[in-house]
Design a protein around this ligand. Structure first.
Ligand code: SAM
Length: 315
């Protein structure tokens, strides 16, 4: 694969501009579920999914399904592919199902409720659920931003990514080189960011990557994508009323890192590297099981309450 990074994205804009414009049909979801992936990130997620043309996307995690929606829409436009999406919170899982059903994309998505670290090996080991080659072509990561969690997916899932497979990691504010070189950064990197950056730089012979945070600071990139409907940022330069944290973040809310695995797939079996499971008392386990049972009818009620609170004069 030759083109990668900003050049590839510009090319994808020229190829798929009318389809990017059609993403506006999802704008009605924005007030309830679309706060992240609000600007360039949203279009890039769609474009890269078109480009990768995956048979299977492994997503963790969807929350209310905004990212799932954009990937599912791209799969639909590719006329192939499906998503297995892992969500810890049963209420969010139910809302994701509702989101994709409302958008008539439910046939592209299967939502698995539980801790991805426990559920993934079960799904990977079950040919009836996996129904694909024993490899990951597109891995979408946006869950727990701790170092421990990053160690789990680097040890267990990165080895399953096929050659020329793509990994998307959200909430990566700085490029890995800057993190590893301990350059002064506007925001302290998360544990996940540090562990991922060290892994990529240590194995730089096996990966290529590009940072959305860097792309949107590049005037040449913005000028190239604007004629095609791109370059509309979450926090455009010149917007005056920014929260101090947002000012420090740059121009995209929680930007992502796109990683191309150029090296060969390391393993076709789940590596089973250990992790510290979530500790729940018996009472907490029972409460979790109850949430799972009631999620499909309780989730819409809870969302309506949340929206009422947000729109009430005191809210
Ligand atoms: C930042 S949100 C994802 C947002 C979503 N991608 C979007 O843009 O709308 C992180 C989600 O990860 C889920 N999560 C955290 N730890 C998890 C785990 N171990 N397994 C599965 N899901 C997890 C949380 O419940 C939450 O819904």
């Amino acid at each position: 694969m030759d083109a990668w990074g900003k050049e590839l994205v510009v090319e994808l804009y020229t190829r798929y501009a009318p389809d990017v414009e059609r993403l506006q049909r999802f704008d009605a979801f924005i007030p309830t579920i679309g706060k992240s992936y609000a600007g360039e990130e949203r279009r890039l997620l769609y474009l890269m999914t078109r480009f990768i043309e995956p048979e299977l996307i492994i997503e963790f995690s969807p929350k209310r399904g905004w990212t799932t929606l954009h990937m599912a829409a791209a799969l639909e436009d590719n006329h192939k592919g499906r998503i297995i999406s892992f969500e810890l919170d049963p209420i969010y899982a139910a809302l994701t199902k509702r989101t994709v059903k409302t958008a008539r994309l439910a046939h592209r998505v299967e939502v698995v409720v539980g801790d991805v670290r426990e559920e993934f090996p079960r799904v990977y080991g079950d040919p009836g659920t996996w129904r694909s080659a024993p490899e990951i072509g597109f891995l979408f990561v946006d869950s727990d931003h701790s170092a421990e969690f990053a160690h789990w997916y680097l040890g267990n899932l990165f080895p399953l990514v096929r050659q020329n497979g793509v990994i998307h990691a959200h909430d990566i504010e700085a490029s890995p080189e800057r993190v590893v070189n301990q350059e002064p950064l506007p925001l302290e990197p998360t544990g996940e960011e540090k562990v991922l950056a060290e892994h990529l730089v240590r194995h730089r012979d096996r990966y290529r990557w590009f940072s959305v945070a860097d792309a949107v600071r590049d005037h040449a990139y913005l000028a190239a994508v604007r004629p095609w409907g791109g370059g509309d940022l979450s926090f455009p330069p010149g917007r005056v009323r920014l929260h101090p944290t947002e000012k420090r973040m740059g121009f995209e809310r929680n930007p992502s890192l796109w990683i191309l695995q150029t090296g060969a797939q390391e393993s076709k079996t789940y590596p089973d590297r250990p992790f510290e499971p979530l500790h729940r008392t018996l009472k907490q386990r029972l409460a979790y099981e109850t949430r799972k049972q009631i999620a499909s009818f309780y989730a819409p009620l809870r969302e309506r309450r949340r929206m009422r609170r947000q729109t009430s004069p005191r809210g």
